[in-house]
Design a protein around this ligand. Structure first.
Ligand code: NAG
Ligand code: NAG
Ligand code: NAG
Ligand code: NAG
Ligand code: NAG
Ligand code: NAG
Ligand code: NAG
Ligand code: NAG
Length: 845
């Protein structure tokens, strides 16, 4: 029963592919193998091979076309070495023998051929057509390799259908981390995204933000450039130049020369070369001919230690080369193993089959000896392992051990004896994903994307004359991602061993924002942030406004808190004013007592008798309201202080007005309009007048309080650095206006009585008081227009205090003086005398 047609279709395709290869090559077994209980496949690029377009769909024969690739050869030996060690181990997979099948994957077709070969079931049965692969048992339980990202993308896509574990040791393409697409792929080399992050950290470390980026014309280079672009953009680093190194040799030389010319023309001092080793070689050959001396070249793990690059004649002149490399590692015993196992002298351990007979005219001639099968020639042709080869070998070695640990877990070896059951690849995959073991001082485990938790080492090239060497100058560590670098270990090829500069614009001074010039963010002019704004390090292109309670000077990177100000109790000005208020209060109280004691005397009677107490009382009230101007303004104080003062003052003024009016009436109106005077006295006109004036003021106050109540308010406008805390007395002017009108009224009435007898004549005094009142009011208004600050409250207090003191001094003080010191004037006789003399004078006029 077939449940999933798409799968079936896929499998048909695979099967027909496989059939096509079969026709060409009857030998389905790999080129290099060892039998065991479980077989692990290994793909290595043992020959350098440059693919060319072919008219017929044939599998490339690696050893007939290319030269031996020493690097691949050492990796291949590392896998054999690992498997032998696992077999020898008594703790890991005891009594279980692992076998291997190795393939030379020098080209796409060789790689696909190898992939299909390991998928074929054990033995040489035709491929079964299944709709469920859970019981499918291919020849190998897991695959280690292939090396390049390009081949791996193909292999991983196919193996993922079968959930067959694949651990690559050199395929760093970021896309392979996508577990949705490549669920069975793991690797022991970090993803290129991590490499990009390390490179960007390196750029930031030295403040290089105007650089060039070149990459090779393959998945590695193109994806690297793409990711670099993305990550650099996030960190405000710009690429002045971006280029792809042409892949084809020979004809494209001119193209490459033009590219290098343009690159050098940009004037950048730092270039990232995200390239495979062969394209890097082409690139640096051209750079070497361009007489470049003092630049910095940043390399990726693929070429920074590769001998094909540092071996280019004249490359020691191009400047400083800093690169990332896989983590340095030791693999003791590998070299001995290689020299012992270079020749197939142990047929039971490694089978080197003779080359198969030619099956077609297009295949290799029958006399050609396959290098893979004649291992001696390989070991003769390969170079001795470099540090780079050993370090990369460690990735192969740890991949083999990861498979072994997974298998160890799956077979239940931890319990004592291994079960040697059938193993399906998808079961093994689950176990491999969870391995966590330590190997030669490093911990091997995979994250959720199947990537290793290792970082990179940072290396710098070191030339002594023409001899190449390198220093490990730091490392990039993971979780958290960080760069540790010994800067003094780097030899810069610039004057005075200075760190080269590569920026488009000089950094702006503190507190200056950037004004982008042209297309790139890294090229800018600077402009200081205006006052009241600051430059946050998170956005260097815009000034941000400070909070309302804060201020900042021009060109600031922080905001300062504003100082809150108000007229406090403990200032000298306050002390002086408080003393004056208290003195006036005491005088008012004293006068009240004095008047109470001398109530029957004519002076007190002429001053209004009992109504004097009302006036003194209101003056005391008004005086007390002045205390509300000190200290931090509170809601009740703001609400009450002005109405209390205005109403008290109104009462006082209206009293004075009635008093003056009364006297004028007695002397002038009584005789002219007796009826009016009678009505005024009968209907208690004075009280009504006072009540009416007060009620009007009360209404004015209530209306202004209800329309805009006075509350404590922060004033930000007066000074940038201050907050002035004050009451919002927006509608206070109506009450003041009303009082002013009343004052004028008072003034007019008292002026009418200017010719009355001296004891009754208050005109001079009242006029004096009211003049003081006007002067104070005008002074206050003038100050208010020009000054807003904490001392405005003090000025208000002073103005009000003067007004009150003027009223007291003009009205009560002369009378108090007569009571105390001129008792002879304070007699009924004296008063009658003065009335008589007034009447006589009037009649004589
Ligand atoms: C495995 O053991 C054999 C003999 O016990 C020894 O010769 C060989 O070197 C060992 N291999 C490794 C890789 O340790
Ligand atoms: C580099 O210098 C050599 C000799 O100093 C000169 O012959 C050659 O033309 C120069 N090349 C370039 C590209 O300037
Ligand atoms: C391995 O096999 C040997 C002999 O066949 C046996 O003595 C030994 O107990 C086995 N070890 C384990 C761990 O199964
Ligand atoms: C892996 O093992 C190490 C040491 O045994 C341990 O510290 C670490 O927590 C383990 N990691 C996980 C993910 O279990
Ligand atoms: C490159 O270095 C030179 C000399 O040190 C310097 O004049 C130039 O401004 C640098 N270029 C950039 C883009 O920083
Ligand atoms: C600056 O910006 C960062 C991130 O947007 C923010 O967390 C920080 O509070 C800002 N600093 C100031 C002083 O506003
Ligand atoms: C500014 O005031 C806020 C709260 O009002 C306080 O948390 C902060 O520490 C103050 N900053 C400075 C620099 O005084
Ligand atoms: C335990 C075991 O089978 N060890 C074998 C592993 O393979 C090597 C040869 O590669 C043998 O020598 C060991 O006996």
């Amino acid at each position: 029963v077939m449940h999933s047609p798409p799968f079936l279709l896929y499998w048909y395709l695979l099967a027909s592919c496989y059939g096509a290869f079969r026709c060409q090559n009857t030998d389905l077994s790999s080129e290099f193998r060892m039998d065991g209980d479980y077989t692990i496949a290994g793909f290595f690029q043992m020959h350098s091979y440059s693919a060319t377009a072919k008219p017929r769909p044939e599998v490339d024969i690696c050893d007939s076309a290319g030269s031996v690739n020493s690097h691949g050869y050492h990796l291949f030996q590392a896998m054999r070495f690992a498997i032998e060690q696992i077999n020898n181990s008594s703790s890991l997979l005891p009594n279980v023998t692992l076998g291997y099948e190795m393939f030379d994957t020098c080209s796409e077709s060789a790689n696909l051929h190898a992939t299909l070969s390991i998928l074929a079931p054990s033995g040489q049965h035709p491929v079964e057509v299944l709709s469920d692969f859970t019981r499918y048992q291919p020849k190998a339980v897991a695959l280690i390799g292939p090396d390049s990202s390009q081949f791996t993308l193909t292999t991983a896509a196919i193996l993922s259908i079968f959930l067959m574990p694949e651990i690559s040791y050199e395929a760093s393409n970021e896309m392979l981390s996508l577990k949705r697409t490549y669920p069975s792929f793991l690797r022991t080399i970090p993803s290129d995204r991590l490499q990009v992050e390390a490179l960007v950290l390196l750029l930031q470390e030295f403040g290089w933000n105007w650089i060039a980026v070149v990459g090779s014309d393959d998945a590695y280079g193109r994806n690297g450039i793409k990711t670099l672009q993305e990550v650099m953009g996030k960190h405000d680093i710009c690429a002045a130049f971006q280029g792809v190194i042409p892949a084809k040799r020979g004809t494209s030389r001119q193209e490459l020369k033009e590219m290098v010319r343009v690159l050098l023309g940009t004037g950048v001092n730092v270039t990232i070369v995200f390239s495979n080793e062969y394209s890097a070689k082409d690139f640096f050959e051209v750079v070497g001919q361009a007489n470049v001396t003092d630049k910095v070249w940043l390399g990726t793990e693929a070429w920074s230690l590769a001998s094909v690059v540092w071996g280019i004649p004249g490359i020691h002149r191009i400047g400083s080369v800093i690169g990332l490399s896989v983590k340095q590692a030791k693999l003791p015993g590998l070299e001995e193993f290689e020299s012992a196992h270079g020749t197939p002298d142990q047929p039971q351990a490694a089978t080197c089959a003779p080359a198969p007979d030619a099956t077609g005219s297009s295949r290799t001639d029958s006399t050609h000896q396959s290098c893979n099968r004649v291992c001696t020639s390989c070991s003769f042709q390969a170079d001795a392992p470099q540090a780079f080869d050993i370090w990369a070998s460690f990735n192969v070695y740890s991949a083999a051990f990861a498979v072994a640990h997974g298998l160890h877990d799956l077979l239940g070896c931890g319990m004592g004896a291994c079960s040697k059951d059938k193993v399906y690849p998808w079961q093994l995959l689950e176990k491999i994903k969870r391995v966590n073991f330590s190997l030669q001082d490093s911990q091997v485990q995979f994250d959720a994307s199947g990537d290793p938790l290792t970082g990179y080492d940072l290396i710098a090239w070191k030339w002594t004359g023409q001899t190449w060497a390198f220093d490990v100058i730091g490392s990039f560590l993971r979780e958290p991602d960080r760069l540790i670098i010994a800067r003094e270990g780097i030899l810069w090829h610039a004057a005075g061993n200075q760190v080269p500069v590569s920026t488009c614009s000089q950094l702006c001074a503190e507190g200056e924002k950037r004004l982008q010039v042209g297309f790139h963010q890294c090229c800018f002019d600077c402009a200081a942030c205006p006052a009241g704004t600051f430059l946050n390090s998170s956005d260097l292109y815009n000034c941000q406004p400070c909070g309302t309670d804060q201020w900042a000077p021009v060109g600031s990177e922080i905001c300062f808190n504003r100082t809150t100000e108000f007229l406090s109790w403990d200032e000298p000005v306050s002390w002086a004013l408080l003393a004056a208020i208290t003195l006036l209060l005491l005088l008012l109280a004293g006068t009240a007592v004095l008047f109470a004691q001398n109530l029957p005397t004519p002076v007190v009677k002429s001053a209004g008798g009992r109504s004097c107490f009302l006036m003194l009382g209101t003056l005391i009230c008004a005086c007390c309201s002045l205390y509300c101007y000190f200290g931090e303004p509170t809601r009740p104080a703001c609400l009450l202080r002005l109405p209390v003062y205005s109403i008290s003052f109104t009462v006082c003024l209206s009293c004075i007005a009635t008093r003056s009016f009364q006297i004028v009436c007695v002397f002038k109106l009584a005789s002219k309009w007796p009826a009016f005077y009678g009505a005024w006295v009968r209907h208690s006109g004075p009280s009504l007048f006072i009540a009416a004036c007060t009620a009007t003021q009360l209404v004015v106050c209530l209306v202004s309080l209800s329309t805009s109540p006075s509350v404590p308010r922060k004033d930000y406008t007066t000074e940038d650095t201050l907050i002035i805390l004050q009451c919002s007395e927006d509608s206070s002017s109506w009450g003041l206006l009303y009082n002013t009108l009343l004052s004028i009224c008072c003034f007019v009435i008292s002026y009418l009585g200017k010719d009355l007898p001296e004891n009754y004549n208050e005109a001079k005094c009242v006029t004096f008081s009211l003049l003081i009142n006007f002067v104070c009011f005008i002074c206050y208004l003038a100050t208010w227009v020009f000054y807003q600050g904490k001392y405005l409250a003090a000025i208000t207090v002073l103005s009000n205090l003067c007004t009150l003191a003027g009223l007291f001094g003009g009205y009560f003080l002369p009378k108090g003086y007569i009571i105390l010191f001129r008792t002879e004037l304070n007699t009924t006789e004296h008063f009658q005398l003065s009335i008589q003399s007034y009447t006589q004078k009037k009649n004589s006029d």
